[in-house]
Design a protein around this ligand. Sequence first.
Ligand code: NAD
Length: 466
Amino acid sequence: MAKDQEIIADVVKRVIEELAKGTAAGTGKDFTGLYATVDEAVTCAVEAQKKLIEISLDVRKEIIQAIRKATLDNNEALSEMAITETKLGRYEDKIRENILCATKTLGVEDIQPAAVTGDHGLMLLEYAPVGVIGALTPITNPTGTIIHNTISMIAAGNAVVFNPHPTATQTSTRLIELFHEAIVGAGGPPGLIGCVRKPTLDTAKEIIAHPKVNMLVATGGRPVVNVVLRSGKKAIGAGAGNPPVLVDETANIRKAAECIINGASINNNIFCTCEKEAIVVDAVADALIKFMQETGRAYLLSPEEVKKVTELVVTPEGKINGEYIGKNVQVILRDIGVEVGEEQRLAIFDAPKDHPLVWLEQMMPVFPIVRVKDVWEGIKFSVEVEQGNRHTALMHSTHVEHMTAFARAIQTTIFIKNGPSYAGIGLGGEGHTAFTIAGPTGEGMTSARSFTRQRRCTLVESFRII
Ligand code: NAD
């Protein structure tokens, strides 16, 4: 008898210890949101998603609120971690990125049903969850993409298993742990968000192939978008861009200069939406460059410096030298022997049409300016340099017909007029934010509704009450 009591006491003690550690006693499963294997993460996500759709929408809203709060409460530490680990971007811009995602990603309000009534009764259209989503996230926005994806996907009633870029493992897994804790704290089921402790290309492939992952979302370059599109599963692809900013002779040139510096230098140009080259009508090109210099934040490279910088940041094979992606302009210029003050944000230069940085997605604060004869040549050339990415384009103009003609010709997902690029993702511009901008598959600025499947419910001859 004494022996039995001892055994019972021991079991109780171990259960209490397990609970205190935040693990699920008896299951052997780790419920911090981090797992040893993809299969464990997916298995827990399947169970959690079933529970999520059983609990009330009010609790789901509280979960979303808790994720927003966890982001804002930990913003400084997460931003610092992202910069230290990835060595990309600027601390103050990561702070802005995280606030933007926490506050302007749509939640449960985005999946309001639609109804049609008529002579034959009622049709109700609801946005139902897809189940478990596998999400691959980029090195450039390890926090922003995970914040936006988590809020949107869970608001729509899904569970999500992430495979972050391996170079952002520490930041991404910390964020996922924080979100897991917030979700459970708000009454959500453990396992709703998950990730393997060591994400690799192999774990990404496992997620893509896992039979219980219902949908894939790739935010990254064209190759990974193509991989998920070939998977045979429903997939959203948010790929690379090369956003041109076209400036015509009718623009407010001083304002354009200010906007272009702000947009092209945010986070050292690593946002996929950042202006990557300016295409400027010759009559106003000198004024634009002069006004950019006058801000004290743009350094005009001499022809010799252009040659040196190009050799530094573009490899002999014609690719971007990854060493310089996301670096401060001071770091890049120092390596060609030029010292500039801390206030400088962007190195600008007069570029011929065939300069490699006009065509490559540089993701660094070195910015080509190409002159064109008139707006019509500018529109044609901008369409060419956008390269069919259907991503982002910008224009500074006050001429309605020019703006309309450019928007029609370029066919991008985001088109910004008379503002910096980040206005197009809701920072100082209207509308919600998204850090998964799905040009290739057409969902555009994704939100909760993008991660749903539509269900229709028809009631014949009733419920038209007018
Ligand atoms: P990347 O394509 O190298 O990686 C993105 C993610 O996909 C990572 O998690 C990576 O591990 C994974 N991945 C890459 N190749 C894979 C493969 N063959 N199989 C499985 N998984 C694979 O991109 P990156 O360098 O991390 O990020 C920068 C790129 O992302 C830029 O081109 C930028 O424009 C783009 N981007 C696009 C958006 C958007 O919303 N459209 C947002 C942010 C970044």
